[in-house]
Design a protein around this ligand. Structure first.
Ligand SMILES: Nc1ncnc2c1ncn2[C@@H]1O[C@H](COP(=O)(O)OP(=O)(O)OP(=O)(O)O)[C@@H](O)[C@H]1O
Length: 606
């Protein structure tokens, strides 16, 4: 469970430097307080009132060292030097002792934790991404890190040093006249607490507003994503009206509850601060007239008190902003504390053992369920001989993709084993093992980059000839000439958008270039037109028998040539054999095949 400790832990690597820089910033704030004190003492000197013993002692020491006989000048020199040091000397040093390190730490921590967040993303189990929207995950990480980055300099450079400054003011005023200091500290604390309580109420309203804004923004992004459907059903006006209603509700809330709340806060806070300052003026004046404090101390007290009250607004603002960011920072830490998937690889591992298989795959009494008690695969026994082509067919939801997920070790069987060349896949180095597999999904992922980069994603070292050969098999070469820069054309998010069929051809070529021992096609040709699909089927015949191939297909006409066709039904293997055997059996396969043959023009003509 993420907590305030997790937030502190974010800066653990920089603990020493953080403590030193916060201490330095606090000392600078205290040094600044010497100015009103020295000015007060100068006033005393000019009005021939007694000076404080420390000032007298330092001036005396100065006179002893220098042999200076003029006491007035010695006192003036000491006080002038204090002012000079506390202003002219401090001003250029302070940013390098404070601001420089505060931002250095914030930015260095951002670099470290962004890397850790990427590590986390790469090691989380696949089901996390199936359950969570990518936009939300990215937003949670980036918002958490940016809020950390902005908050650190504010807390380390403002909140803590300013609190030390106020405490320092309290101590100095206490030394000069404790009853006034007591009044100052009590009034300061009361105003600060009341301000924070008011701010908490406003923040609660802001949180409600944030959730309204989030749903408005999420609807806007849905409109963008589904713009084709919006236009096709001509619902633009309805969408606009709904968004307008939401925006009006947000505006009303901002003005009536939040903005008005801030206005009330500023109003009473200003009035109370000025009243306290005025009362303090009265008390310190009375003490001066009574002879309890000197004129110099009177000036010092009044100036320091004004400085303390002036800190209420920045202190409360920094606290308020941090409180507002707190929830999103905690959400980031909760994300970072998620346990890695069981299949998570060791990202630090440099040496990856090299594996090579003949491609014999054996599912041995495999049981699997996503949720306990609801088995998706039941007692699967399937032996795939090296270089065989096996088709997995069956109704939607029968467990075909799940079987492949288990083969990739994204999940672990509840019971049973999956063996490759007789070795349990769980015992193998996961990265080395996965490198011997390749899959072409129905939806092929395209990274922002050139077509060439995308083709060689799994194997950047591959030779140009191998790329051309794979592209010829997958029919990529047929469309590459139409691209403006051929293989160097930028494709993907910020480049040229490939059609569904082109993406699938790219996916097939990419998988071939990984030179796997087991090649899996998960509905890989479903976006292609019948003619292209047929051509790719023919081209893939060239590699049939060179490696094990597992093909998931709904269009049964595409897997007629497979050595084995495995019919899955509700998580069990219902039938198994080649096309002719299964047709002759007259079971589920024959039933599905006959339905498709009657409905599919290509199949009926083939
Ligand atoms: N991450 C998951 N969590 C829970 N249940 C899941 C998950 N993924 C799949 N399922 C369920 O497991 C069952 C089998 O799904 P699977 O995707 O393996 O079927 P399939 O045969 O590949 O289907 P299709 O042909 O439609 O792709 C389905 O009932 C599905 O709802």
């Amino acid at each position: 469970m993420a907590s305030f400790r997790s937030i502190l832990g974010y800066y653990r690597a920089y603990r020493g430097i953080a403590i030193a820089s916060i201490a330095a910033a606090s000392v600078c704030e205290l040094v600044d307080l010497l100015v009103p004190y020295a000015i007060g003492q100068i006033l005393n000197l000019l009005s021939q009132q007694p000076l404080d013993p420390p000032v007298v002692a330092i001036a005396h020491q100065l006179q002893t060292w220098t042999g200076w006989s003029d006491t007035f000048s010695a006192h003036l020199a000491v006080l002038g030097s204090i002012v000079f040091l506390a202003t002219v000397v401090r001003a250029p040093i302070q940013p390098w002792l404070g601001v420089w390190f505060h931002w250095w730490i914030a930015l260095a921590a951002r670099r470290d934790h962004t890397r850790k967040a990427i590590e986390k993303i790469l090691t989380l189990p696949l089901e996390f991404f199936e359950e969570n929207n990518p936009g939300r995950i990215a937003n949670r990480v980036s918002k958490g890190i940016s809020n950390h980055t902005w908050s650190y300099p504010e807390i380390a450079g403002q909140l803590i040093p300013k609190l030390v400054r106020v405490l320092g003011i309290g101590v100095i005023v206490w030394w000069l006249d404790w009853p006034i200091a007591l009044g100052l500290l009590i009034s300061f604390t009361v105003i600060l607490v009341l301000t924070l309580r008011t701010l908490r109420r406003i923040i609660q309203k802001e949180e409600i507003l944030d959730s309204h804004i989030e749903s408005t923004e999420s609807r806007t992004s849905e409109i963008i994503t589904n713009i084709k459907t919006v236009k096709a059903f001509a619902t633009e006006a309805r969408e606009l009206a709904r968004q307008k209603q939401r925006l009006d509700r947000e505006f009303k809330m901002v003005i009536d509850r939040i903005h008005r709340g801030y206005m009330h806060l500023i109003t009473w806070q200003g009035a109370v601060v000025q009243f306290c300052l005025f009362s303090l003026l009265g008390f310190s004046l009375a003490a001066t007239i009574a002879g309890r404090v000197s004129i110099g101390h009177f000036i010092t007290i009044y100036t320091l008190a004004s400085m303390a009250y002036a800190e209420i607004t920045p202190l409360s603002q920094v606290s308020e902003v941090f409180a507002r960011r707190y929830a999103s920072i905690l959400r980031f830490h909760e994300f970072m504390e998620l346990p890695p998937g069981r299949d998570a690889i060791d990202l630090e591992q440099q040496e990856i053992p090299s594996l090579k298989f003949s491609g014999k795959v054996d599912f041995h009494h495999v049981w699997f369920s996503y949720t306990p008690g609801r088995p998706i695969l039941r007692d699967i026994n399937l032996l795939i001989e090296p270089c065989q082509t096996v088709a997995l067919v069956g109704r939607s939801g029968s467990g075909k993709s799940t079987l492949i997920k288990l083969l990739f070790r994204y999940f672990q069987p509840d019971q049973g084993q999956i063996l490759i060349d007789g070795q349990d896949i769980q015992t193998l180095d996961v990265r080395a093992y996965r490198r011997r597999l390749a899959i072409v999904h129905q939806e092929v992922d395209v990274f922002n980059g050139t077509l060439w980069d995308n083709l060689t994603y799994a194997n950047p070292e591959v030779s140009a000839d191998a790329v051309y050969e794979a592209c010829a098999i997958a029919r990529v070469d047929e469309f590459v000439h139409q691209l403006p820069l051929g293989y160097r054309t930028i494709v993907g998010e910020r480049g040229l958008r490939l059609s569904g069929g082109q993406r699938q051809r790219l996916g097939i070529a990419r998988a071939l270039l990984a030179d796997p021992d087991v090649l899996i096609f998960d509905e890989a040709t479903s976006s292609l037109d019948y003619e292209s699909e047929r051509e790719i089927q023919l081209a893939l015949r060239a590699i049939t028998g060179t490696r094990t191939m597992i093909v998931i297909a709904h269009r049964l006409s595409t897997v007629r040539d497979a050595h084995q066709i495995v019919v899955l039904d509700q998580g069990t293997i219902r039938e198994q054999g080649d096309h002719d055997t299964l047709l002759a059996q007259g079971g589920l396969y024959a039933h599905l095949y006959s339905i498709q043959r009657d409905r599919t023009p290509a199949a009926s003509t083939s």
